[in-house]
Design a binder for this molecule. Structure first.
Ligand SMILES: Nc1ncnc2c1ncn2[C@@H]1O[C@H](COP(=O)(O)OP(=O)(O)OP(=O)(O)O)[C@@H](O)[C@H]1O
Ligand SMILES: [Mg+2]
Length: 237
């Protein structure tokens, strides 16, 4: 079953006289529970595509169906409801709030979604899920880059989203730590059945993907389905 289906998605930015066609007609189907990696050079439209899929931005043409519902026609209220309830985000620079502890950073995602029941307990559970229950009361500055990204993964997961969108999640980590985060995401994808769409320049992340697509100049230029039998053995997270 497809959780996401896009047809002819275009996104054009008008900068006065100049028009930038960031996406030039994306037809993409993502299966429920799939781990999809999107590769592509800088400026090829990766972030623009994620933003459209995550309801941060809307396409100028085409449709994006999520679980059969066309979100590209949503007005702001429904779009923000979609963002709040269905999507978790992971970013390159973690985007944690420095004055909040790890568990408070995770809890903030629930607070913003007005979903405060057992908020701290659920946030601690999310930190356990990503392997750092002992870091709950530490501030981001007291954590390593890998640990900060684990907090960010916990924050993305605490709302139990159906889809996690990650924009260069290993881009600010060394190779070994990046691989551990990739393995953690894959583990969560398999255990929790969450659909992951991960944008990366980092070809090592393709090892955990079910499918890899390449974006080139706003279009899908190539697609490769990974052989499940050849899948990377999961390391300790
Ligand atoms: N808000 C915007 N206004 C104008 N142009 C934009 C905007 N966002 C993106 N673009 C343009 O759209 C194109 C695609 O940008 P995008 O950020 O999606 O690329 P990317 O593949 O994520 O690149 P990178 O790997 O460097 O992050 C670029 O030419 C960019 O300048
Ligand atoms: Mg980008």
């Amino acid at each position: 079953m497809n959780i996401i289906e896009t047809v002819g998605v275009k996104r054009t930015f008008n900068l006065g006289e100049v028009e930038v066609q960031a996406l030039k007609g994306i037809d993409l189907r993502v299966k429920k529970g799939e781990f999809l990696v999107i590769l592509g050079p800088s400026g090829s439209g990766k972030t623009t595509l994620l933003n459209c899929l995550g309801g941060i931005d809307s396409p100028t043409h085409g449709t994006i169906k999520v679980e059969g519902v066309d979100i590209s026609s949503f007005k702001e209220t429904k779009l923000s409801e979609y963002r709040r309830n269905k999507v978790g985000w992971i970013f390159q620079f973690f985007n944690l709030i420095p004055s909040l502890t790890a568990v408070e950073n995770v809890a903030l995602a629930l607070e913003m979604a007005h979903d405060k029941k057992d908020m701290m307990k659920r946030s601690r559970e999310a930190l356990s899920l990503v392997g750092i229950p002992d870091k709950a009361n530490m501030f981001p500055s007291q954590l390593s880059g890998g640990e900060q990204q684990r907090v960010a993964v916990a924050r993305a997961l605490v709302k139990k989203p159906k889809i996690v969108l990650a924009d260069e999640p290993t881009g600010n980590l060394d190779w070994v730590t990046g691989n551990k985060i990739a393995d953690l995401m894959k583990d969560l994808n398999q255990k929790e059945g969450i659909t992951f769409i991960v944008v990366s320049h980092d070809t090592s992340i393709t090892g955990v993907a079910d499918r890899v697509i390449h974006l080139m100049d706003g279009q899908i230029s190539n697609e490769k389905i990974n052989d499940p039998k050849a899948k990377k053995v999961m390391g300790e997270c």
